[in-house]
Design a protein. Structure first.
Lengths: 441, 229
């Protein structure tokens, strides 16, 4: 041994311990990693934007006295009965099957108490959710599990799902472990088998067909229900324009931070675009068509706080949708369950094997012993509280920007912390008047 | 009989009229004239009435039908009787792609040929095709019966679940996890009933059919089966 200092051990950035662990896991198992949730990468996001607040050139509204409205209309383009929500934060589609019945009930309870909607997800409409959701959006998915005209008519809106942010271009898989008798019956399949959800609709392809499909759905429901079209964040400018062309009342756009019940990790992390990059493209499509605010835009994928809500609305969304955040509010990944997460080989905050159905919180499971732990009344109360807090936070920011309605927020109220975020959001880099990519610079 | 002139009165008026019919209506027999290939004709009907469409239809005729008997005196565009719940739909001519897609119940009869993806993702519907069917028919079909008096195209029954397929003619190729299975006495009885109800009992005998179903090897994901996809 020489007396010279040794070069300390140095890990490769390219072959990091996490990368090497995945190589070893793949080599041992022969199968790709499947997990729930959305992208875990550090992505450009709403965190990279800041509000400027009022100053001499504009004045704020008094936080505890002056009104800042939060309501939103959805489906005003064609539907006879558009939806009016008290807050612009909706609950995203999450299926009964991926979630337990009590968890779906809690989503309905919390959303209704906060004055907003829930969304069914793949697998059909449950009584728990219809019964506890004042406003329920019924998803029309490629699998058509549980689809029937009676539920279409008792829904408050219909969401034609083309894609989702976690896996644009992908279908789904509910593994056999979660296929209980009830889930199997709702999906017309035997118990215990893997249930594939197709990536394309069985009876239409392309925007011209979609237009006819929407016509059929409107005819079946006598033109009463708003029809949403949900797209994954892949080509948001063109997909938004095509959805408008096809006759959508509302476009739901889901960025790659949006969660899924179960998909390949490689799909989640390597396909699709960040929510921040998607939103301005969709808004531009609506503006170019003269349809901004006429066809409403709901953005989802990584919305966590009132600040995120306010930033999304400032960039032109009419509302946002939350999925993962709602599950966390219900109790998913709670550190109080750390001991049980460790038994599953993970830790609170990182648990994402939702497809295995062993969720100690009783949310992403069909095991009666586990889901009976979950109190839907308490869960609903927690979700309501969280939605109220997000709304108050968004109002706080809006008033500071001098806005009497959340929809009055605008890109001019924002600046960006990074060049990437400035380019994606189309707002100036903080301290400059530079918007990368815009003419004149 | 009630006659509805679609060209004169329009699609919305037609479907609103049909949707207003309840179980106890006395207006039980309808004819729709001048359909001219319109889409979504008689979609979402939920009453035990008989509707005859005198001409060819566009997409999704009789979509999500419940209870009604709907006869198309012509050919049908894509997605005829898609997601049908109950009742009967009869196409006198040919049917375009996705006929009976995701249907959950009732009977769809196609007296001519059906195009690709006939019975895709079917979930309990019975389909009787007097002629041939196109490629990828009964893809991911979950339950119900598909009876074909003629030939079937490529990849029949790909990724099939529990649906049963009976073909009298030639099958160009079977899709992943679809295999030929034994025809047992209960299948002959089932076929006899379907042929009778499908207005085909004079055209074919149950003994002339071969049965196809799922090998059930792809029901639970296994890396060893990756090559089958």
């Amino acid at each position: 041994m020489s007396d010279f200092p040794h070069t300390p051990p140095r890990f490769s950035w390219t072959f990091s311990p996490e990368v090497n662990a995945e190589i070893r896991r793949a080599a041992a198992s022969g199968i790709y990693d499947i997990r729930g949730g959305g992208s875990k990468r550090r992505l450009p996001h709403f965190d990279d934007l800041l509000f400027l607040g009022a100053s001499i050139s504009r004045y704020p509204l008094e936080g505890y006295r002056e009104k800042c409205a939060t309501d939103v209309w959805l489906g005003t383009r064609f539907a006879k009965t558009p939806i009016h929500l008290d807050i612009p934060i909706t609950i995203a589609g999450m299926s009964f099957g991926s979630l337990s019945g009590p968890a779906k009930e809690a989503l309905g309870r919390g959303a209704s108490a906060a004055g907003t909607s829930t969304t069914t997800g793949d697998g059909g409409m449950t009584e728990e959710e219809r019964g506890h959701s004042k406003t329920l959006v019924y998803q029309y998915l490629p699998s058509r599990y549980g689809m029937n005209p009676d539920d279409l008519r008792r829904a408050d809106a219909i969401e034609v799902v083309v894609g989702q942010g976690a896996k644009p271009g992908g279908g789904g898989m509910l593994l056999g472990q979660k296929i209980s008798d009830r889930v199997a019956e709702m999906r017309n399949l035997p118990k215990g088998i893997d249930q594939r959800s197709a990536c394309r609709h069985p009876d239409w392809t392309g925007p011209d067909d979609l237009e006819i499909k929407i016509l059929e759905l409107r005819e079946i429901t006598d033109w009463e229900k708003p029809i949403y079209v949900k797209i994954g964040g892949a080509r948001p400018y063109y997909d938004t324009a095509l959805a408008v062309k096809a006759g959508a009342d509302v476009v739901v756009l889901d960025g790659m931070q949006g969660g899924t019940a179960a998909t390949q990790d490689v799909f989640i992390e390597h396909v699709g675009m960040p929510t921040l990059a998607c939103l301005p493209q969709a808004v531009k499509a609506l503006q170019d068509l003269g349809m901004h605010r006429k066809v409403q835009l709901i953005i989802s994928g990584g919305i966590r706080s009132g600040a995120d809500v306010a930033k999304a609305l400032a960039l032109g969304a009419d509302a946002v949708s939350i999925g993962t955040a709602a599950l966390i509010a219900l109790g998913d990944n709670d550190p109080a369950l750390e001991e049980e997460y460790r038994k599953l080989g993970t830790t609170a905050g990182a648990y994402d094997d939702w497809h295995e159905g062993r969720d100690p919180a009783g949310i992403t499971t069909q095991d009666p012993a586990l889901y009976s732990r979950f109190d839907p009344v308490l869960g609903g109360r927690r979700l309501k509280n969280y939605l109220k807090v997000m709304t108050l936070e968004a109002q706080t920011i809006a008033r500071a920007c001098g806005k009497s309605h959340l929809h009055n927020l605008e890109p001019e109220d924002l600046c960006a912390l990074t060049i990437e975020a400035a380019a994606m959001a189309g707002v100036p880099l903080a301290g400059t008047d530079w918007i990368p990519g815009r003419a004149g610079f | 009989m009630q006659t509805f002139d679609l060209a004169a009165e329009g699609l919305r008026a037609l479907n609103a009229t049909l949707h207003a019919l309840k179980d106890k209506t006395n207006e039980t027999v309808w004819e729709v004239v001048n359909p001219r290939g319109a889409h979504a004709i008689a979609a979402g009907v939920d009453a035990p009435v008989e509707i005859t469409v005198r001409g060819s239809t566009g997409y999704y005729c009789a979509g999500m039908n419940k209870q009604a008997t709907i006869r198309i005196r012509g050919s049908a565009g894509p997605g005829v009787a898609e997601n049908m719940m109950s009742g009967t739909v009869i196409v006198d001519g040919d049917a375009s792609q996705y006929a009976g897609a995701t249907g959950r119940g009732g009977l769809l009869v196609i007296k001519g040929n059906a195009s690709s993806r006939c019975g895709i993702s079917m979930k309990g519907i019975d389909i009787v095709v007097h002629g041939n069917i196109g490629h990828m028919s009964a893809f991911m079909a979950q339950s119900g019966n598909l009876v074909v008096l003629g030939d079937a195209g490529d990849a029949l029954g790909d990724s099939l679940y529990e649906a049963r397929i009976f073909v009298r003619g030639r099958v160009k190729s079977l899709g992943a996890d679809c295999i030929e299975k034994e025809v047992r006495p209960e299948h002959l009885a089932l076929l006899a009933d379907l042929l009778r109800r499908g207005e085909a009992d004079g055209k074919a005998r149950p003994e002339e059919f071969r049965r196809y179903g799922s090998a059930r090897k792809l029901y639970n994901f296994s890396i060893d089966n990756a090559g089958a996809y």
